[in-house]
Design a protein around this ligand. Structure first.
Ligand SMILES: [Zn+2]
Ligand SMILES: [Zn+2]
Length: 164
């Protein structure tokens, strides 16, 4: 199993920013589909992988394709996950929904969430996902302390005005 992961990592690294479908990855690395999935999830925790719909570099078919994340303009997976939840404060997303929205591999999302768990801007909860509705471990953004304080101040002011 360890060597399947190593082989997958080596293969994806060697092919830079090319993306591949699971059928071709299974064939190239002589793995079962399940083997490809679990190897990709493990590799994704070690290296940032992107997963999106696109054309496979080998067979050319349009499918869900995976490759190394080209760490360019988008920021690190952690930054992107944080930006997503802060853009949707009040909503919660499971790992699968975060992965789909950000076009990231599930392992890469898990690692990013793990890295964010201590952040005061993020809340991890066990409730229904705002994306798929399933109840599971979800991640949501929390407004920064000063923003919350400002909102409370405004509400108190409004309440005082109304009372007069
Ligand atoms: Zn393919
Ligand atoms: Zn979900």
């Amino acid at each position: 199993m360890g060597s399947d992961v190593d082989n997958m990592m080596t293969f994806l690294r060697q092919h830079g920013n090319q993306r591949f479908c699971s059928t071709c990855l299974a064939f190239e690395l002589t793995l079962s589909f399940q083997g490809v999935d679990s190897a990709l999830a493990t590799v994704g925790q070690q290296a940032a992988l992107t997963e999106s719909r696109g054309h496979c570099a080998i067979c050319g078919r349009r499918a869900l394709v995976t490759g190394c994340e080209s760490n360019g303009n988008n920021g690190s997976p952690e930054e992107r996950v944080l930006r997503l939840v802060l853009d949707h404060v009040g909503r919660f997303f499971c790992h699968a929904c975060v992965a789909r929205r950000l076009e990231l591999n599930i392992g890469t999302v898990q690692k990013a969430v793990w890295g964010l768990r201590a952040s005061s801007e993020v809340r991890i909860d066990d409730t229904a996902c705002s994306g798929c509705g399933r109840s599971q471990f979800v991640l949501g953004g929390v407004l920064p302390q000063d923003v919350r304080k400002a909102i409370v101040t405004v509400l108190l002011t409004v309440a005082n005005v109304l009372r007069r």
